[in-house]
Design a protein around this ligand. Sequence first.
Ligand code: IPE
Ligand code: IPE
Ligand code: MG
Length: 238
Amino acid sequence: MKALHHLAVIMDGNGRWAERRGLPRWRGHERGLGAVRRLCEAACRLQIPCVSLFAFSSENWKRPETEVRFLFRLFRRYLGAEREYLLARGIRVSAFGRRDRLPRPVLEALERTEAETRECGRLHLRIALDYGARYEIASAARELAGAAARGELDPGEITEERVSRVLGHDAAPDPDLVIRTAGERRLSNFLLWQAAYSELYFSPTLWPDFGDSDLDAALADYGRRTRKFGALPLPEAR
Ligand code: IPE
Ligand code: IPE
Ligand code: MG
């Protein structure tokens, strides 16, 4: 398999999954947890060391309060219900995104899981929660500008590597592949800096239905891509 150090997934289509069955949207979100478990299993099996999941965007606060509340409750439930599984499989969980707007019980559950799984080394599961790439980039700019204003940093030292370091608080590599489900073809403010050279794959499958065969199709497609990063392809890749 072509090297895949970091897989990022925009889990989309939960609402449509439910609406097509005449069910309330929350049933789709609930069902989406099964797909998260399947993806974790596959990542462990395929030895993909890092997976990022877009779970709640900073723009998702615009949804009805009942849906937002349900999503956070579901996330908390997920952390509790999956605790044993995560530890047994050796899955480290961490979240990225804003923490200052998370409901307190969610933040506490998250911090507990992060602490409990910190030493797990088989898979790093990164969950984007209240995450928006533009906010993240603006925060990094603010941090660097602050350091420069205090005389701790020469603005000439603000390189791409430095910005990447400020953004990548937990040192994840840039994603090699970004998968978005449910047929939508946009990034919706996900990892805009880090995905500069990611391969993009759009699956028509709604997230709750996303399974091994969908992942296999994405990985097979990724395996056929020629990654050039602006250079010419290596002779064996031509
Ligand atoms: C993705 O499913 C989950 C979140 C954004 C939280 P959606 O809820 O966006 O599902 P659709 O796009 O309405 O079908
Ligand atoms: C992106 O999905 C956010 C998550 C998957 C968490 P959305 O459903 O919120 O994106 P848009 O609104 O269709 O762009
Ligand atoms: Mg959506």
